[in-house]
Design a protein around this ligand. Structure first.
Ligand code: PMP
Length: 406
């Protein structure tokens, strides 16, 4: 789909046609996004918010429109806002920081074995800081987070639950909407790590009813150094600062010996310093592209490719981590070979022009759960086609024939 928009696909890679199967790490950028950022930087660049020049006022407006466009892409109701950060990782650290003054000794935090380290480590840090206990929700044998397993562990001591929407290892989709209801009934807040969901399936945080949700633009065909924390309005009101600095205060009171900053209300108190302006303006184009192709068409396209990719399972010695059905999952497939190290497979694939990812992929917990140290991961984007997938499988087969000498 739209592959002509992605010029990097036309560049020879290792003297071959590039087959890019690493969208879960970061997506390629369409020309419209690149041109928009270039045009903005070369014709109308200015800082936002604190300028009185016409230039600054008009960029401030454009930036606000981009924020609105992104918000409307991931919500259907108007009871939440987007805090603009520089990554999903920053957003998740920010989400965890919200609870620093709200948890007490003995409270519990629930994460899962399916989490990326960016939605695991901030909660470990929070537990250490507050004296809360970190609990880890089990996955089933396919790496799936299930309602049954959640119900087994929910209890009134849990104050916050942070779960991935889509696993960056198995591609499994978590039933977050049903889980939100149960989590709220149990008296806890719900944080969703949507880094692998946005851009590959319809996402509506206001419908899920989660308190916060995080993701990054660079995985959604947008620029790097741009991330988001969706927050319900209630959370924005209750948030004390994460980072402080320029743009976060109305005044600083020197009247007493105790110097007191008068912090702004709303989003501004949470967005210190100059934000990723050009990235945000360019990202609006990624969203326009997704709206034009229509997310339903993307789902169907990537599902068809996923069905083909699952055929990897029939190669000798290959084990797919997680489900081998194309239902209830996205196009992220991690696999191991019984005799060949993932790094050797990855090197062979790369030499043949197939770009993928190898290692623990920042997901040690689920690799441990599957009894693995590392895996090879193929992940799809809208620009991939059946030929890419067939070629990746063919090269994997060649790699096995060449490397499996045991
Ligand atoms: N969560 C998940 C599920 C991810 O896959 C990633 C990126 N691999 C992140 C969080 C962190 O995203 P970023 O590196 O863009 O901050």
């Amino acid at each position: 789909m739209l592959s002509s928009q992605f010029l990097e696909l036309k560049v020879k890679y290792n003297n071959q046609k590039l087959i890019y199967l690493d969208t879960a790490a970061s997506a390629l950028k369409p020309q419209a996004v690149i041109e928009t950022e270039k045009d903005f930087l070369s014709s109308r660049y200015s800082n936002i918010s604190r300028g009185i020049s016409n230039l600054s006022v008009s960029v401030t407006k454009e930036y606000a429109q981009a924020r609105q466009k992104v918000l409307q892409f991931v919500t259907s109701k108007s009871n939440g806002k987007l805090v603009i950060t520089n990554s999903a990782t920053t957003a998740l650290n920010m989400a965890a920081s919200f609870y620093e003054d709200k948890l007490q000794l003995g409270d519990e935090i629930l994460v899962s074995y399916a989490e990326h380290h960016s939605n695991f480590l901030p909660w470990i840090k929070l537990a250490k800081k507050t004296g809360a206990v970190l609990k880890v929700l089990e996955v089933d044998n396919f790496g799936q987070l299930t309602i049954d397993n959640l119900v087994k562990v929910l209890n009134p001591k849990i104050k916050v639950v942070a779960l991935t929407y889509v696993s960056n290892v198995t591609g499994a989709i978590t039933p977050v909407r049903q889980m939100a209801e149960l989590i709220h009934k149990a008296g806890a807040d719900f944080i969703v790590d949507a880094a692998q969901a946005v851009g590959h399936m319809p996402v509506d945080f206001s419908e899920i009813d989660c308190e916060m949700a995080a993701w990054s633009a660079h995985k959604v065909y947008g620029p790097t150094a741009l991330g988001f924390l969706y927050c319900k309005d209630r959370i924005i009101d209750e948030f004390s600062n994460f980072l402080v600095g320029g743009g976060t205060v109305d005044d600083i009171n020197f009247a007493d010996s105790d110097i007191k900053p008068i912090y702004k209300k709303g989003l501004e108190k949470l967005e210190a310093g100059t934000p990723p302006i050009s990235q945000m303006i360019a990202f609006a184009k990624s969203i326009e592209m997704l709206q034009t192709v229509n997310i339903k068409n993307i789902v169907n396209h990537e599902k068809q490719l996923t069905e083909e990719l699952i055929n990897l399972q029939s190669l000798p010695g290959i084990e797919i981590l997680g489900s081998i059905s194309s239902d209830n999952r996205l196009g992220i497939i991690s696999f191991t070979h019984q005799n060949i190290h993932p790094h050797d497979l990855g090197q062979f694939l790369d030499d043949a022009g197939v770009v993928c990812r190898v290692g623990h992929n920042c997901a040690v917990p689920i690799h441990r759960r599957f009894g693995k140290v590392a895996s090879v991961r193929f992940s799809l984007g809208l620009y991939n086609n059946l030929n890419d997938v067939k070629q990746a499988i063919a090269v994997t087969k060649e790699a096995i024939n060449f490397l499996d000498k045991v």
